[in-house]
Design a protein around this ligand. Structure first.
Ligand code: SAH
Length: 341
């Protein structure tokens, strides 16, 4: 690993002390932090109001990002998929999504994923390691140096965010902090496959970000089949924890439901969701199954999807369908994968 220190995760006071230790006034730390968090600096040389000599000294002590963009694929909707290499040469993908005046960053939290949901390409990679706080922040910083703006962050890239809570929560603090990237907490969403202990940590940490839960079925036998995590946590345990989460009375949970023909698209499946309303409040995000090479399942017909959504809607469940952008560059939900990582 780089012997230098990450400036993204350094406190402003530490940077001020460093400036002083090399005989520069502490106020330069304010400029430096501003360059990092507000002005998209990618190198120390970008920091034009910082004395050149100090920039050289900073470069000897710190690094700005440990990651590098290797490739960007763009689709017709301006979805951008970034291939990012890490300090140990492992690679991840992350996605920038644009819609009207909104720009959303879809960040990864791990290299690969241990959960192996049957319909998800990332699971086929297996799990290599957690991303560090710095690597999570570096994805954000690199993306923002491209877009110059961001309206939301979703942890829906590679990996299970709630299996990496330590690094994730620190990164969210810095993304949210007014001393950091200053993005409102309600614009940050964590998506989980149902990591019950991770949800408990989220409750204990009392973070006010949004929570999406990849539910996909309310039948244990189906969930066990398509999402092996549910063999560790039965649906009852998950629902109990989501109830606890909801009882804090903060943000409403979103349930994600990737529709797969013959697996979770029946009338009964829709009514099971309606019945869940008596447990805790939620809205539903329907995701039409994206094609992935290893999985034989199919997306249901349009008629079936309309029927499914109508049952929810007619029974008072707020339901939206996630748009299909990014598919043509394999940047849609569940399509992120790196071979031979
Ligand atoms: N591990 C977390 C974060 C990933 S988010 C989680 O599972 O929530 C990615 C979302 O895409 C999840 O809801 C996941 O279940 C869904 N997904 C995976 N493969 C998919 C596919 N082929 N088509 C549509 N959605 C998929």
């Amino acid at each position: 690993m780089n012997k230098k220190i990450s400036i993204l995760t350094s406190h402003k006071d530490e940077i001020a002390n460093f400036c002083e230790s090399v005989s520069y006034p502490k106020f330069h730390a304010t400029q430096i932090v501003e360059w990092i968090f507000k002005k998209y600096a990618v190198t120390f040389d970008d920091m034009s109001n910082v004395p050149k000599e100090l920039r050289i000294l900073l470069d000897e002590k710190y690094y700005i990002h440990s990651c590098k963009i290797e490739k960007i694929d763009v689709d017709a909707y301006d979805t951008q998929k970034l291939l990012i290499s890490l300090h140990d040469n492992k690679k991840i993908e992350s996605v920038i999504m644009s819609k009207d005046d909104k720009v959303s960053f879809c960040l990864s939290s791990q290299v690969g994923c241990a959960f192996r949901c049957s319909f998800c390409a990332t699971g086929t990679m297996g799990f290599t390691r957690d991303l560090t706080t710095e690597e999570i922040l570096a994805q954000f910083a690199l993306m923002r140096s491209i877009t110059k703006r961001v309206t939301s962050v979703v942890f829906m890239g590679m990996g299970e965010p709630l299996a990496n809570t330590n690094n994730l929560f620190k990164a969210i603090d810095i993304i949210n902090s007014s001393r950091g990237f200053n993005l409102g907490i309600r614009h940050i969403t964590i998506s989980t496959a149902g990591e019950v202990v991770g949800i408990k940590h989220l409750i204990e940490r009392d973070l006010d970000c949004r929570l999406s839960v990849s539910l996909h079925s309310l039948k244990d036998e189906v969930r066990n089949e398509i999402m092996p995590i549910s063999r560790r946590y039965a649906l009852d345990d998950l629902i109990r924890m989501l109830k606890r989460y909801s009882e804090r009375g903060k943000r409403m949970i979103t349930l994600e439901w990737t529709l797969i023909e013959g697996v979770n698209d029946s009338v009964n499946d829709a009514y099971r969701i309606v019945n869940l309303k008596k447990e805790f409040p939620f809205k539903v995000n329907i995701i039409p199954l994206n094609p992935v090479p290893h999985y034989k399942g199919k997306c249901p017909s349009k008629d079936k999807m309309v029927r499914f959504k109508s049952i929810l809607h007619d029974n008072g469940v707020e339901v939206v369908e996630r748009y299909k952008k990014g598919r043509s560059i394999s940047a849609g939900c569940g399509q992120l994968v790196i071979k031979n990582n």
